[in-house]
Design a binder for this molecule. Structure first.
Ligand code: PLP
Length: 389
């Protein structure tokens, strides 16, 4: 008899997606949920970007592009690097570093894992982590090694150092962080870059939330999000368009790094994703000229609302970026985060995500404040009620 499960690989079956699926299954049963679980902005793609994509489609930019991405986008990314990370811009021009346009940062992460790590390699991941990290490392056949960052969620050089072994090959660094929203200050970024360089570890810096940073520091004439990339070139830098321009469904990102690494990623892209969507690449060029600061300012205010309303009732590390907060379930309630989230859903129709989805601990929960203020305040009201029980 035909048994479809016989045809699925151990590799696929080993991935357990049950945690997040349970939240979405619960969501499907609710009529008017207060949804603070969403990992994408609540604003739409700016009109000029939509129009640029439509124009590109009408002009016939509908075919495969070069695997590495269209020339105009490479030039625009290089200009961006010139402006904020001049050594990177120079290294791209000299050919020491290369750019690969990817299908979202997710696409870049898949390629980086497949190109760089495999059986016997260890990849350092902060705990809590962006869920995809753990699974991509496993998919590539390597071993995830977690670095506990509780209670302040800073991935410091000290914390990293104690987990390095002769097998450590890569470190995944993510600031501003999903799920905690924590931003690494410049000194931490520099220390981490130095440590990785000294210990011969490839640092992958996932900067998808770089625009949503409320703790920017001046760099080359403008406030910018701190990054380890100011401390050297021996790393892979990934940035995306999904969050900054509200275009999560359009699938665009890029990776910049040492040429031999990016070459391997490009080869793998050629035989998998082929290229990022052609019209989206063209629209992405103009998107990079837009000033998104009013959107970021609106999110900063939402962040302030979350912090001011929850402080006192929940232990909460002030998130410096992204659009998440990661409060701790009050210990006196005597429940796990999973239980707390079940109560939130059942008693208030409030959707939040238990920390166990992103962590070995089940003590905190993630809220996303990427929603309108009315929904956010309803959600915060519900959380305050739950904390009072
Ligand atoms: N990295 C982090 C930390 C994220 O939170 C996300 C999305 O939630 C991604 C990467 C993937 O983004 P995309 O593939 O849409 O660029």
């Amino acid at each position: 008899m035909f048994d479809p499960t016989r045809f699925t690989s151990d590799r696929a079956r080993r991935i357990d997606a049950s945690g997040i699926r349970r939240v979405f299954d619960l969501a499907a049963t609710l009529k008017d949920p207060i949804n603070l679980s969403i990992g994408q902005p609540d604003f739409d793609v700016p009109d000029t970007v939509k129009e640029a994509a439509i124009r590109a489609v009408r002009k016939g930019i509908n075919r495969y592009t070069l695997t590495q991405g269209v020339r105009e986008l490479h030039e625009r990314i290089t200009r961006q690097l010139d402006e904020e990370l001049p050594e990177w811009g120079t290294a791209v021009r000299s050919g020491e570093q290369s750019i690969l346009v990817t299908s979202g940062v997710s696409g870049g992460l898949v390629l980086a894992m497949l190109a760089c790590v495999g059986p016997g390699d260890e990849v350092l991941i902060p705990d809590p982590y962006f869920v995809m990290y753990k699974h991509l490392v496993t998919l590539a056949g390597a071993t995830p090694v977690y670095i506990d960052t509780y209670p302040d969620f800073q991935l410091t050089a000290d914390r990293i150092e104690s987990q390095i072994t002769p097998r450590t090959k890569m470190l995944l660094f993510n600031s501003p962080s999903n799920p905690t929203g924590v931003v690494s200050p410049p000194a931490v970024c520099a220390d981490v870059a130095r440590l990785c360089s000294e210990r011969n570890i490839l640092l992958l810096t996932d900067e998808i939330y770089d625009e949503f940073c409320y703790e920017k520091t001046p760099r080359h004439g403008k406030p910018r999000c701190p990054t380890p990339a100011t401390a050297g070139l021996d790393m892979l830098l990934m940035r995306g368009f999904s969050k900054t321009y509200g275009m999560t469904g359009w699938r665009l990102g890029y990776a910049v790094g040492p040429k031999p690494i990016v070459e391997q990623m490009t080869k793998l892209q050629q035989y998998s994703f082929v290229c990022a969507p052609s019209m989206v690449q063209v629209a992405g060029v103009g998107a990079m000229d837009l000033d998104m600061s009013p959107y970021v300012e609106a999110y900063r205010q939402k962040r302030d609302t979350v912090v001011s309303r929850l402080t006192g009732s929940f232990d909460l590390t002030t998130p410096g970026g992204a659009f998440y907060a990661f409060p701790k379930v009050p210990e006196r309630l005597g429940v796990t985060a999973t239980k707390f989230v079940e109560r939130a859903v059942q008693e208030h129709g409030l959707l939040i995500i238990p920390g166990s989805v992103f962590s070995s601990r089940d003590t905190h929960f993630r809220i996303s404040y990427a929603c309108d203020n009315k929904m956010l305040n309803r959600g915060l009201d519900a959380l305050l009620k739950l904390a009072r029980i």
